[in-house]
Design a protein around this ligand. Structure first.
Ligand code: AMP
Length: 295
């Protein structure tokens, strides 16, 4: 495995792996955990199955433009040494940890892409993190230009971001397959997140209400009842949203929509514990093989 940190190293690398030096790309901000490792394993496996020479390429870049709170950017953990070990163990072939100038080359930058419909006016991350998705769309456009991949993997954990990535490649007409990666969870089913380390012991215990809310929603006969069950379960946390949406468009649906309706739906939650925001989501109702069913 090699690590690329400078423009010079990148140039040599790009020549070696044209036309798809991005291989199967796993974009991350570092502070890697087992959730990222699972995405890397999935990417390495996909690359092997599809004979993609560049293999799994992990980018580690704390993207300043997607942080709507300066303090969140400052305190975001930077752990390249440990991240390198995790990438290696999970089967990555290359890490690209670029400088800001490599991602945002002065004077050469293309205009920011128009935000796809899934990333605006939904009352979800688009509302609670103003400017966040503009930053995500821009960094993805630039990463896909810097390291054109064959495919890229995004975690379902950041569900609206996954839909944004899918819509963005369609909109920009990029021949990149966007693959979803299942959410990896802790022993109590809390979704792993680089931000979980900021939780106090008490907050960490309280956070298990989030997967439990997804579980409790599953038992309810209608969207209205399922949303109420999530709010009840999360009553001790500060809820930003706990809602059930169309799984592809993120549009709201009639509250009396029954569980057995045919359209794909997703239960989506964001909560705040002190200064830390936690996200989670799952299909509603839960599929038979969901680990959340056993809570
Ligand atoms: P980030 O943690 O923001 O650097 O995310 C990098 C990628 O890892 C994104 O595609 C996330 O959706 C994904 N990811 C984050 N947490 C998890 C998790 N618990 N399970 C699977 N993927 C995850």
């Amino acid at each position: 495995m090699r690590t690329i940190r400078s423009a010079e190293q990148l140039t040599g690398y790009l020549q070696q792996y044209q036309p798809h030096p991005g291989g199967v790309l796993v974009p991350t901000m570092g502070a890697l955990h087992q959730g990222h490792e699972a995405l890397i394993r999935q990417a390495a496996h996909y690359a092997q199955q599809h004979n993609i020479p560049a293999g799994c390429v992990v980018t580690i870049f704390v993207n300043p433009t997607q942080f709507n709170e300066p303090q969140d950017y400052q305190r975001y953990p930077r752990t390249l040494e440990q991240d390198t070990i995790r990438c290696q163990n999970a089967g990555a072939k290359t890490i690209v940890a670029p400088t800001i100038e490599m991602v945002y080359p002065k004077g050469l930058d293309a205009p920011a892409p128009t935000l796809p419909a899934v990333a605006k006016d939904k009352g979800l991350e688009d509302q609670y993190r103003p400017g966040h998705f503009q930053g995500v769309a821009k960094v993805l456009q630039n990463l896909f230009t810097m390291l054109p991949p064959t495919a890229a993997i995004f975690g379902e954990k950041d569900y609206q971001q996954l839909l944004l990535a899918q819509a963005l490649v369609r909109q920009l007409n990029l021949p990149i397959e966007i693959l979803p990666g299942p959410t990896v969870r802790d022993h109590d089913a809390l979704a792993l997140s680089s931000r979980n380390r900021f939780l106090s012991g008490q907050q960490r215990l309280a956070a298990s209400a989030i997967p439990q809310a997804l579980r409790n929603a599953h038992d309810q006969p209608t969207i209205a009842r399922a949303q109420a069950a999530m709010h009840d379960t999360l009553a001790h946390l500060s809820i930003e949203y706990a809602t059930i949406r169309h799984a592809h468009t993120l549009e709201t649906l009639p509250p009396d929509t029954p569980q057995d309706a045919t359209c794909p739906r997703r239960a989506i939650i964001a909560c705040r514990l002190g200064d830390t925001r936690l996200l989670d989501n799952a299909p509603w109702p839960l599929p038979p093989d969901s680990p959340l069913r056993n809570l």
